[in-house]
Design a protein around this ligand. Structure first.
Ligand SMILES: Nc1ncnc2c1ncn2[C@@H]1O[C@H](COP(=O)(O)OP(=O)(O)OP(=O)(O)O)[C@@H](O)[C@H]1O
Ligand SMILES: [Mg+2]
Length: 357
């Protein structure tokens, strides 16, 4: 057996070429739809968009505006203005050392006068954005807006207190893409309820593209784990095929969990780590069932089969299914109409609950 590794571990980026290509194709066409990027928790949506942004930022002809709302406090309309608009002189927060791409906020850089007018609510933010897009297009540049964790705008209202900000913003993006063809818009969200809401709204569905980002495929995880020296700068340690299979079998293509196992290999043998993960996932399942015994029946069905079409769950209480989605136990994909367990390690938790000793 290999000795306990002593390594310094670096962050890997495992191939997402196909997905990057799909996003590039979208950006190379004429702006005609909003692209919604969705997928189960921690599947790599944010990472993928940063990657795309890093790759394309340097390319001529595009102007990228990237906003990760997870980094921003959004309690009011004024917070929205502060997050979306920054005066050109205010570089604060725009670049923070070498990791600037992880801290970009302030979608649009403005002159100080416009920013003041926006803050005083004497300027319409939608018009300001449209003018900025028109200015760029006139210069021959293609504006691209990327907003991560878009659902965080939910619950905010325009100053008239009547109109929902998120609804108006989506209408605006429909106008900017399908109608005026002025800019590309990529919206990502880890909130399955939000994606479902967009999808059931026929007006939005017909003007949008939906791209699902799932966990990594087995072949990609295997390539990664066979090459931890290249991917993670781990020296003097290799995983054998049996260990690689065990890691895949435990956490599947969840990059965060694979990485976390590699980190723990610093201190513990793989068998100990795997047993701990299974115990923890079992505890999660026990916890949700303790809070609502009615969930047990639904989860029992997922113990036998981790993926179910909504059609086969029509007899299940919708609000119970919603609870499991809200708790990130299940993921609901409205495009395929399918419910699935959020990740392989939770499959173990469910299996251990129903089949364990
Ligand atoms: N292609 C990849 N290669 C290696 N690691 C990755 C990859 N994609 C994501 N990760 C890692 O997985 C973790 C989760 O990724 P990320 O935060 O991008 O997921 P997400 O889908 O945006 O999550 P959330 O649903 O919470 O928004 C991060 O620690 C990231 O470093
Ligand atoms: Mg994310």
């Amino acid at each position: 057996m290999a000795a306990t590794p002593r390594f310094k571990i670096d962050v890997a980026f495992v191939d997402r070429n196909r997905e990057i290509e799909e996003l590039r194709n979208y950006l190379q066409g004429r702006p005609n739809s909003i692209l919604f990027l969705y997928g189960p928790k921690s599947s790599g949506k944010t990472t993928l968009m940063y990657r795309l942004f890093e790759q394309m930022e340097a390319e001529k002809g595009y102007s990228f505006n990237f906003l990760n709302l997870r980094e921003v406090f959004l309690g009011s309309y004024d917070d929205f203005i502060a997050a979306f608009f920054k005066s050109a002189g205010d570089e604060n927060g725009v670049r923070t050392g070498s990791r600037r791409q992880y801290s970009l906020f302030g979608l649009f850089k403005l002159d100080a006068f416009t920013e003041r007018m926006l803050k005083k609510r004497q300027e319409d933010p939608f018009l300001v954005m449209k003018r900025e897009f028109q200015r760029l297009v006139k210069k021959g540049v293609r504006p691209v807006v990327i907003i991560d964790e878009f659902h965080k705008l939910d619950g905010l209202y325009l100053p008239d207190k009547q109109r929902s900000l998120i609804v108006e913003l989506m209408n605006f993006f429909v106008a900017m893409t399908k109608e005026s063809h002025l800019c590309h818009v990529i919206i990502a969200s880890s909130d399955a309820f939000f994606i479902e809401r967009v999808y059931v709204d026929s007006k939005l569905r017909k003007t949008s593209k939906f791209m699902k980002l799932d966990y990594l495929k087995k072949e990609d995880v295997v390539t990664w784990l066979r090459n931890i020296k290249r991917y993670n700068k781990i020296e003097d340690y290799t995983l054998d095929e049996q260990q690689i299979e065990t890691i895949w079998d435990t956490v599947g293509g969840s990059a965060w969990e694979v990485y976390s196992i590699l980190e723990d290999l610093f201190q513990h043998p793989l068998e100990t780590i795997v047993a701990k993960i299974k115990r923890e996932r079992l505890a999660t399942i026990v916890d949700v069932i303790r809070h609502n015994r009615a969930l047990e029946g639904i989860l029992q069905r997922f113990a036998d089969e981790p993926v179910h079409h909504g059609r086969d769950l029509l007899d299940c209480d919708t609000s119970l299914l919603g609870t499991l989605v809200g708790e990130n136990i299940l993921f609901y994909d409205p495009v395929d109409g399918v419910y699935g367990i959020q990740g392989k390690s939770l499959e173990w938790g469910i299996k251990e609950y129903f089949e364990g000793p």
